[in-house]
Write a protein that binds this ligand. Structure first.
Ligand code: SAM
Length: 273
């Protein structure tokens, strides 16, 4: 925790005034006890209260993974005392109250009922039980999609899986760009990085918080999902990874024919030309 909190001034110095820091962090459990740890909260408070940085929490997102294996196994599957821990926290932070952001760049597709409503323009205006006043023109304008929520559902690779959340919760189906990487790993007999981030999650924040040619930094890059998505979205990127093997293996991402890039990295010699 001290190590994590000590990163605050470093992140602070690296960020532009309108830049954003996005951190994904999972839940932890007290050792040997069916009690959830508060470590993530201590980390968050440590970051925002660090006297050598101006970081603040802009908004918290929850990333729900319906395919998460039961954990903590002892308390979920053996003793049956707790439910499956199936989400991570995603903290969007900045050193100003107004980091660059545009939610119109990350619209969700309209639900079927909303599409119907936009077509027929038939709905009941007036007061709802929630006290919201719905005006006569509220649902007549097509804005290209609805505004994203701060809850993500991560889709597994199987697109036929039944989705058991309200249908309009933001979901990342069809955005999992790990496919090419995994296929190449199989072909080349490489064990894929065990903790890859969901590409849709990274794409969401890059689209939402940056413009083309902005710089995206991932200091703990692993298989470099971030660099791959940044390249795909025409952002400049810098990725740092302590393990030479992970860094080396990640280079195969840039052979992806779908990646329209002039970047001269190629896995043939796994070097940068
Ligand atoms: C959770 S993984 C990141 C996975 C990545 N988001 C992806 O999609 O592949 C964290 C990575 O940080 C690396 N790491 C740990 N300490 C580091 C350090 N001090 N400097 C750079 N990388 C580090 C680990 O080797 C690991 O690959």
């Amino acid at each position: 925790m001290e190590w994590f909190v000590s990163l605050a001034p470093i992140f602070n110095d690296l960020l532009t005034d309108d830049g954003s820091l996005v951190i994904e962090i999972g839940n932890a459990w007290e050792e040997g006890r069916p009690v959830q740890s508060l470590l993530h909260l201590e980390c968050l408070l440590g970051l925002v209260n660090n006297p050598d940085s101006d970081l603040r929490l802009i908004q918290e997102f929850i990333s729900y993974n319906p395919s998460r294996l039961p954990s903590p196994a002892q308390w979920v599957t053996v003793n049956r005392l707790r439910t499956v821990d199936s989400y991570t926290h995603v903290w969007w932070m900045s050193k100003s109250d107004y980091p660059k952001a545009d939610n119109s760049k990350v619209l969700r597709p309209y639900s079927k009922s909303m599409q119907k409503l936009l077509k027929t323009k038939k709905f009941n205006a007036g007061k709802r039980p929630s006290e919201h006043e719905i005006s006569k023109s509220a649902f007549t304008k097509n804005n290209g999609g609805s505004i994203a929520h701060n809850l993500f559902e991560l889709e597994p690779l199987d697109n036929n899986r039944e989705v058991r959340l309200p249908h309009n919760v933001l979901s990342f189906s069809n955005t999992n760009s790990n496919d090419y990487f995994l296929r190449r790993c199989r072909e080349e007999n490489i064990t894929p990085h065990p903790a890859r981030m969901h590409a849709g999650l990274i794409a969401f924040f890059i689209d939402f918080l940056t413009d083309e040619n902005d710089l995206v930094l991932d200091p703990f890059a692993g298989s470099n999902t971030t660099g791959y998505i940044a390249e795909k979205r025409n952002r400049k990127w810098v990725s740092i990874e302590i393990s030479e093997d992970y860094a080396y293996d990640s280079i195969i991402r840039f052979d992806d024919p779908d990646l329209n890039t002039s970047l001269k990295i190629c896995s043939k010699n796994r070097g940068v030309a």
